[in-house]
Design a protein around this ligand. Structure first.
Ligand SMILES: [Zn+2]
Length: 563
């Protein structure tokens, strides 16, 4: 499947097995940009350079952009001048990386990046799933251990307890720490617990996320004094009253002023500028203000500042081990859910992120040293266009209404005398039956067929898979069947699985309620599976030979024009 580019000269340590393997692992098929896959003299020249370099990077920087589709790099590269551009120009760009599994969600994607395993192995099958034992929804990071508690910085008192205990295999960072006998420092940041925690693993020096207006962590992870200091001196509420305006001339935007079918956060309309004032529009920061903040460039900048402070405070890259710093930028996901991928907001938030990443890399160059650190940037999943916007193109697109699907299944089982309700939960593509119902259905072909027929009659349903078809990861030529099998983890996954038609959005909004978002993700189609993978820095061969005496690439090596 994946081709390992010959440009990767640093092959012997676990970093390649971990980070790069994870990057490669998530690709069903990776086509590598030929300009960095040159053989022969070019590779030899780089090998000579590599022999002067330290045996391992001083720092590994993992950057995840939540909901960044693979095609965004091709589309918007021309408007970038900062870190995203630098990654493309100085790094290795995997243009065709894609998750091969069905459950393209945040917790799943981050756990896959972090472990190099698929959800069938790491067990993080969704952001949240139906817990059959407790008969309730649980989030992927919810920890029932009464000794575990979330801890707030700057005096915050968060609810809950979140850890990686449901992640069935260690993270790359954990393994790195283990192999350096604890010398590796692990620090992760995100707005989301399910991203910060999965990137860190079960233990870390710090794993920090944002909840209810404050930075928080939980008891298995340490608190660090400089995070406390930053949380106090640069609180999110200091951005109250600021405005998100277009950063490029209006003519630079691909899309109209108002994204069709978009559902902005409460208190915002569909046109720039977006003011960070909360719903009330006056006074104090309220929950709507924090939604605005999280959906604005200010949140990305805050995460970047935390990353830079970490480098300074811990002297990352200066200790005995290879340090690990990870940031998951959540804002693109919030903006994408609200405004869709074909919006000025998405275009602008990436321009802003490009600038933040440029600042971060400049900081790393100064403090860790260019060439001493390695960066991997990728995404946890993509996103489907807003259905109303897609319909305008004439495509078959729509909303697959899950509450209606649930009603159809209940109705289909009425004739077969099953307990009511027969369906315990429909969560994304997973249908969970009430206790013992699915066991019974498996021995009741007529009732099973009635359920499958009812599901297939729902507008937008392309196929339905049964758990027993996925359980043993059967050999199959069907990409869709295989995608659901890669996502299947016994006990946590559903009993039946819905594959929507392409461009049909799984919508769980209760009947008669307006939907609270523009669009989403979570299915095995290219728009959700295809993500960028960009590697840069230590051990990653840049596009052109870095030293003057390097011979020209052989005639057989093809070069692509700089995009
Ligand atoms: Zn999302």
């Amino acid at each position: 499947m994946a081709m390992v580019p010959s440009g990767f000269l640093w092959k012997r340590t676990l970093l390649q097995r971990g980070m790069i393997a994870a990057a490669i692992f998530l690709a069903g098929s990776i086509s590598f940009v030929p300009r960095i896959a040159a053989q022969g003299p070019l590779a030899l020249a780089a090998a000579r350079n590599a022999s002067n370099a330290p045996a391992r990077p001083k720092l590994v920087v993992l950057l995840v952009v939540d909901q960044m589709r693979g095609d965004y790099v091709d589309k918007f590269l021309g408007q970038w001048t900062g870190g995203l551009k630098r990654l493309v120009e100085e790094g290795a760009w995997f243009r065709d990386a894609a998750y091969p599994y069905a459950a393209t969600e945040t917790c799943v994607g981050h756990a896959t990046i972090s472990t190099g395993a698929f959800p069938a192995t790491h067990g993080m099958v969704a952001n949240a799933w139906w817990d059959r034992k407790d008969q309730k929804m649980v989030t992927c990071t919810a920890d029932p251990d009464p000794n575990v508690k979330n801890i707030g910085y700057a005096g915050a008192t968060p609810q809950g307890a979140d850890t990686a205990w449901r992640m069935a295999v260690p993270s790359f960072a954990e393994e790195l720490k283990f192999q350096t006998s604890g010398a590796t420092r692990i620090v992760t940041f995100s707005l989301k617990a399910r991203a910060a925690i999965t990137m860190a693993g079960h233990k870390a020096d710090a794993a920090t996320w944002f909840d209810g207006g404050a930075w928080v962590t939980s008891s298995p992870y340490g608190t660090l004094p400089f995070i406390e200091e930053q949380a106090k001196s640069h609180p999110a509420k200091a951005d109250f009253g600021k405005t998100w305006s277009l950063s490029l001339p209006e003519s630079a935007y691909w899309y109209g002023e108002k994204a069709l079918g978009a559902v902005p956060p409460g208190g915002w309309d569909l046109t720039f500028p977006h003011a960070l004032r909360g719903k009330s529009g006056v006074g104090e920061p309220d929950p709507d203000f924090y939604n605005h903040w999280a959906s604005s460039p200010y949140a990305d900048t805050a995460l970047t500042e935390l990353a830079e402070k970490t480098v300074d405070a811990l002297n990352l890259g200066k200790a005995a081990g290879t340090d690990f710093l990870a940031v998951s930028y959540s804002t693109v996901d919030y903006v994408g859910h609200a405004f869709g991928p074909r919006s000025r907001e998405i275009q602008d938030i990436l321009v802003r992120l490009d600038k933040d990443l440029g600042t971060l890399f400049t900081h790393l160059d100064a403090k860790v040293g260019r060439g001493n650190y390695v960066v991997a940037l990728t995404a946890d999943h993509g996103v489907v266009p807003v259905p109303e916007d897609m319909q305008r193109t004439g495509a078959d697109a729509g909303l697959l209404h899950l509450p209606e699907l649930q009603k159809r299944i209940e109705k289909a089982l009425e004739a077969f005398k099953y307990p009511k309700p027969a369906v315990a939960s429909v969560s994304g593509s997973d249908i969970y039956f009430a206790p013992s119902v699915y066991d019974k259905l498996q021995h009741d072909p007529a009732a099973m067929q009635a359920v499958l027929d009812a599901a297939l009659e729902q507008p937008g349903v392309a196929a339905v898979y049964r758990a027993e078809e996925l359980r043993d990861r059967p050999a199959t030529q069907s990409l869709m069947h295989r995608a659901f099998a890669y996502s299947y983890f016994p006990g946590r996954s559903g009993d039946l699985f819905i594959l929507p038609k392409p461009y049909w959005l799984l919508d769980g909004t209760p009947l008669g309620t307006p939907r609270a978002y523009g669009t989403g993700h979570g299915v095995p189609y290219n728009y959700d599976q295809h993500v960028p993978v960009l590697l840069m820095g230590f051990g990653i061969q840049p596009p052109s030979p870095p030293c003057a005496e390097s011979p020209s690439p052989p005639a057989t090596a093809t070069s692509l024009p700089t995009p």
